[in-house]
Design a protein around this ligand. Structure first.
Ligand code: S3P
Length: 455
């Protein structure tokens, strides 16, 4: 078994072809077989550091994901005056409550991390200092009004480029009032930003979500002694209510493995002839695992065994094997639960019998790249017929498979890993222009693919 908990192997650039981050992914002719232990969950790792920064006392974090995105969060809280001691996947975040936060001496660089630029403004919303945030070219295209508007309604001074819609953004915190906010689009990042501010507000804060988004923030708040409740349908619309706290207290927090990282090998095993892969340490939070239901509808052979809890999160083992897939549809109600796995759903659909439809997924255009556009180009490069819609795609599956092709990742880690799996599942392989971006969420991805028999 590979140990995803080990130190990252220094990014995947070293396995590239020498042309920048370009990388070839040949067919995995003997299938993918064996076990892989996926690294820590990206969403929970960000939150562990952010909540650790305002924890009453040191927080010991284990299973932390050491990746470009989550290390940007470590640097961000250091810039806020919080000491973080790092030893690979173990961290100690030396929080001293919200009172321990200090004004950053410079602009905070979130690099490629959408979660960081959406959550940090909520963390500093009650701090009477200036915090300016920016990031890479992809971040500077990401919509920010969705967090700036509700923060302003709570009493925070905010500003952003493009009439307060884009990074760089500036936040000057102050005293906050609780409020009710209606989210237009289900977003755990927006919900979490408002909840973080709500923990310091006068009176309760209510957030109405049109569909249930991932609930890691709610789980951590409860784990740390705070109060948060959700009223409504477990998967559908609901109201999340959070109450102010005097402080939060956790001694330790274990990060589960990342279901979104596990998903690459689950889909790869389903698609590639002669495969059986066991993914250990996969987070099984039901607000994240919608892809399993989608793949089961497609006829995938999957077994899930819940093993233990990692702090407030369920964890287990997922066993996936080669399957003849058939088409299915994914609509708006299911999208938040599968949001980061939709590129993989589209790839699975490309080898399924029949035409699959994705709708209600316009949000995919506002991720690290325009993921609908990037996936349409990827699938066309493989010779798959697709029809792109503003909020989705029709994919005409090719159960006979595809030969391969040259793929542009748009510097998006999830598109790069999809293209790698597409190569392993092809008859001639894929070449991608940039494998370096994989380090954003899964630095050991190529190594793990090799251990299972790929490349
Ligand atoms: C995340 C929430 C999702 C997801 C992102 C991580 C989080 O974004 O796409 O990768 O950690 O809260 P939205 O909540 O904006 O959909």
């Amino acid at each position: 078994m590979t140990d995803g908990g080990a130190q990252p192997s220094g990014g995947v650039a070293g396995v590239g072809s020498g042309r920048g981050g370009a990388c070839a992914f040949p067919p995995a002719r003997a299938g993918l077989n064996g076990s892989v232990r996926v690294p820590g969950d990206k969403s929970v790792s960000h939150r562990a550091v952010l909540f650790g920064a305002v924890n009453d006392g040191p927080l010991h974090v284990s299973g932390f994901l050491c990746s470009a995105d989550t290390l940007a969060t470590v640097e961000a809280v250091r810039a806020l005056g919080v000491d973080v001691k790092e030893a690979g996947t173990d961290l100690v975040v030396c929080g001293a409550g919200w009172e321990g936060l200090r004004e950053p001496a410079d602009v905070v660089d979130v690099k490629n991390s959408g979660t960081l630029i959406r959550l940090l403004p909520g963390l500093v919303a009650s701090s009477a200092f200036l915090c300016i945030l920016t990031g890479d070219a992809s971040i500077r295209r990401r919509p920010m009004a969705r967090v700036l508007r509700p923060l302003r309604a709570m009493g925070v001074s905010v500003a952003g480029r493009g009439n307060d819609t884009l990074p760089p953004i500036a936040v000057r915190g102050g005293s906050l009032r609780g409020m009710r906010h209606e989210m237009q689009v289900a977003s755990a990042q927006v919900k979490s930003c408002i909840m973080l501010a709500g923990l310091r507000a006068e009176g309760p804060t209510e957030i109405c979500e049109p569909a249930a988004s991932r609930d890691h923030t709610e789980r951590i708040i409860r784990y740390a002694g705070g109060r948060v409740e959700r009223e409504g349908d477990a998967k559908g619309p609901g109201i999340v209510r959070v109450w102010p706290v005097d402080g939060l207290r956790m001694d330790s927090l274990t990060v589960p493995g990342d279901f979104s990282s596990a998903a690459f090998f689950i889909v790869a095993a389903s698609l590639i002839e002669g495969s059986e892969v066991t993914v250990e340490n996969a987070g099984l939070n039901p607000s994240r695992t919608g892809l399993l239901a989608v793949l089961r509808r497609m006829g995938a052979s999957l077994r899930v065994e819940e093993t233990a809890a990692a702090g407030p999160e369920p964890v287990g083992r997922i066993i996936a094997a080669t399957s003849a897939l058939k088409a299915t549809d994914v609509g708006a109600d299911e999208v938040p639960n599968v949001i980061d796995e939709l590129p993989l759903f589209l790839l699975a659909a490309a080898k399924a019998e029949g035409v699959s439809h994705l709708r209600g997924a316009a949000e995919l255009r506002a991720k690290e790249s325009d993921r609908l556009g990037a996936m349409a180009a990827l699938l066309r490069a493989l010779g798959v017929d697709v029809v792109e819609h503003p909020d989705g795609m029709d994919v005409h599956g090719r159960p006979e498979g595809w030969t391969g092709g040259q793929i542009a990742t748009q510097a998006d880690h999830r598109i790069a890993m999809c293209a790698a799996i597409a190569g392993a599942a092809s008859s001639k392989g894929t070449i991608i222009d940039d494998a370096d971006c994989i380090a954003v969420s899964y630095p050991d991805f190529v190594h793990h693919l090799e251990v299972l028999g790929g490349r």
